[in-house]
Design a binder for this molecule. Structure first.
Ligand SMILES: NC(=O)c1ccc[n+]([C@@H]2O[C@H](COP(=O)([O-])OP(=O)(O)OC[C@H]3O[C@@H](n4cnc5c(N)ncnc54)[C@H](O)[C@@H]3O)[C@@H](O)[C@H]2O)c1
Length: 286
């Protein structure tokens, strides 16, 4: 099955790239929806930048670019979801906000529409429970930047149907992604493994095993990771790292997921990583 009308709530960092990806790889119409007009303006500028970069690199012709841009709409009106056959949610990582949004969209969207969330860590089963379509609800976890990164992690909630999984897997392949499947457990596969490494690297630093630079070099040169875990944590934001560790800890109730106190302390001090100029490393203000 191909989707013809994709509604994307959350026109931020991830939503804009997902919107661009879908418009560039399929013939679907895409609506990027956000509550803030500034976010919509930024999303449009991001899509323009991505399009220009593809054009400059010869990945797309000018005609194709114009056509794909014509298929992306920017809206602050939720009612535009009434024609959607697929919703891919990418709003803030907040269970209550996401549940409220999905409960409302459930009233607006056609019955057959599939709902997907791009959440990195929240329970797909719990999000689905806010709707009356738990069988047509799935986790569709893209990686940043979504129009470039090859991986798509699909998460089946407790009641996600095999048909929904198959339709979304086939869309993922049409988008040029390599698809992996995870059951719905806290942090799925990738968030759990990635953030446990970050957390352990923070423990290693806190325990004085070595310097941040040497811990990161251990993983870049020893394990061929493109970026060390502490540099990655600064890039992602230490507040987000803490939030994800708390989700894992609460979800499993297992002390092995306790957040490293050094991450908590840095967050309490307002040192959130690159975005504040200081985290595990210090960054020059631009
Ligand atoms: N940033 C990443 O690398 C990454 C990777 C994978 C998944 N995710 C997930 O994607 C989601 C979005 O992350 P992001 O980094 O793009 O965040 P972001 O802050 O860049 O974008 C979120 C957007 O949602 C909008 N928004 C907030 N509440 C809304 C609502 N009720 N209705 C409509 N719009 C609303 C905001 O205005 C903002 O534009 C999160 O669930 C996050 O966990 C992020």
């Amino acid at each position: 099955m191909t989707f013809t009308n994709v509604f994307i709530p959350g026109a931020g960092f991830m939503g804009s790239a997902i919107g661009y990806l879908i418009a560039s790889k399929t013939d679907a119409s895409v609506t990027l929806y956000d509550i803030y007009p500034e976010s919509l303006q930024k999303a449009q500028a991001t899509v323009d930048r991505m399009g220009k970069s593809s054009l400059d690199k010869g990945f797309i012709t000018a005609d194709k670019l114009q056509a794909l841009k014509g298929r992306i709409r920017y809206s602050d009106d939720r009612r535009e979801a009434s024609a959607a056959d697929l919703v891919i949610e990418a709003i803030a990582e907040d269970m209550k906000l996401k549940q409220e949004l999905f409960a409302h969209l459930d009233q607006i969207c056609p019955d057959k529409a599939i709902f997907a969330s791009n959440t990195s860590s929240l329970s797909i089963t719990k999000l689905a429970a806010a709707t009356g379509r738990t069988d047509r609800f799935i986790g569709m976890h893209f990686f940043s930047p979504a129009h470039i990164m090859k991986l798509l992690e699909l998460i089946a909630g407790l009641d996600t149907s095999a048909e929904t999984l198959e339709k979304i897997r086939s869309l993922g392949e049409a988008l040029g992604k390599t698809v992996i499947n995870s059951r719905d457990m806290p942090g799925f596969i990738t968030t759990r493994l990635g953030f446990v490494l970050i957390n352990e690297a923070a423990f290693a630093l806190m325990e004085g095993l070595s310097t941040a630079e040497q811990i990161d070099t251990g993983m870049t040169l020893g394990y061929n990771h493109p970026m060390g875990p502490l540099a990655l944590a600064d890039f992602v934001g230490l507040d987000i790292c803490l939030h994800i560790m708390e989700t894992l800890y609460q979800g499993f109730g297992d002390p092995k997921y306790r957040a490293c106190p050094l991450i908590r302390q840095l967050v309490e001090a307002g040192h959130l990583g690159r975005k504040t100029g200081r985290g595990f490393y210090t960054y020059e203000k631009k």
